[in-house]
Design a protein around this ligand. Sequence first.
Ligand SMILES: NC(=O)c1ccc[n+]([C@@H]2O[C@H](COP(=O)([O-])OP(=O)(O)OC[C@H]3O[C@@H](n4cnc5c(N)ncnc54)[C@H](O)[C@@H]3O)[C@@H](O)[C@H]2O)c1
Length: 365
Amino acid sequence: MKNQVKIGIIGTGGIARAYARAYREIPEAAIVGLCDIVPGKADDYGEVQGFTNAKTFVDYREMLDKLDLDAVSVSTPNVSHSFITVDALQAGLHVLCEKPMSVTLEEAVDMAKAAKKAKKILSIGFQPRYDRNMQNIRKLVQSGVLGDIYYVETGGGRRRGIPGKSFIKKDEAGFGAIADIGCYSLDMALNALGYPKPLSVTAHSSDFFGRSPKYAGNWNPKEFEVEDFGTAFVRLEGGIVLYFKISWAMHLDSMGATFFLGKDGGLKCTPASTGNWGGAWDGSVGSITLYHDLEGHQTESPIPIQQGEQRNLFTDKVRDFVLNVQNNGAAPIPGEQIVRNQAVIDGILRSAQSGREVSIEIPEI
Ligand SMILES: NC(=O)c1ccc[n+]([C@@H]2O[C@H](COP(=O)([O-])OP(=O)(O)OC[C@H]3O[C@@H](n4cnc5c(N)ncnc54)[C@H](O)[C@@H]3O)[C@@H](O)[C@H]2O)c1
């Protein structure tokens, strides 16, 4: 076998448990370093997850300095994705960074530039890309069967799904539902379209549920600092309009389907589950229907849903990253592409703040 890929995990909180499960199943990966800013947390994680040979650190820079690593997984809260990723790339390492890519567009651009300069892989953690039904949606949109696409509607919503913890703190998460689960909806739609350049956006956000004692769950409403709802009208290159809506909490079971309208056909995709924690596109696809005219007949063609797969999408995402590092491949979900996802989110937040349309300018990478 080729050399194992030596990996350090930075941020050993909630989602790092999914990383542990994944890395344990990937023989091509060796976890040699663990880092968490909270003293003792990386040690506890190493013990519980069975990475007992890994060295532990509280300062990721010390880990980059002291260990002979090939790559890092960045699973810290959003605000530190950018500077940790840039430092790791500059240290000559490949990076798998959690979603959303960053907080600001500027940070995302810095990350993509650093990857380009270092000639290293920077991949962003959108595991729904590995779902067969999601892949079919992209194939259908890319096949041309819809003709020229002029309108896309996407988004999602949980009836009660405010995550609490670091997710509601501005200085850790940076923003709320718009980026946390909205980035998945945007990735689903933009990836299917081939990631057209976003041009402008007008948006609105609110925080009624997060701040209301009436709906408080495992968080203190007085400490809720981000938005729990957002909606936007985004112009994309090629004359396409994207309408987006996202909610961590609402008086509704679902925000409805994601759909694509083209001159020759429409494609409607519904989420597999709705309700309290369902309804966002970090989950799976319930149905895909193609609407088209067949010999003059208005026709609806259901696209078969792949069900019952025992695969774990999170593990697929981590394995794809590791194998590409091992084989000198390319980033499976390239940071340079996801800069456009971040540009839309950045535009949404600027527009929501100013109450008017803003243009989106993405610096050259
Ligand atoms: N892909 C997915 O399915 C998925 C699911 C949940 C969360 N996430 C993403 O993963 C990230 C982390 O989320 P989480 O739920 O694990 O949060 P968390 O708060 O549970 O864990 C984050 C950990 O990072 C540590 N940390 C913070 N700053 C650090 C630094 N500078 N250096 C080292 N460690 C540091 C914290 O102490 C904490 O242990 C977020 O960006 C989130 O959006 C992705």
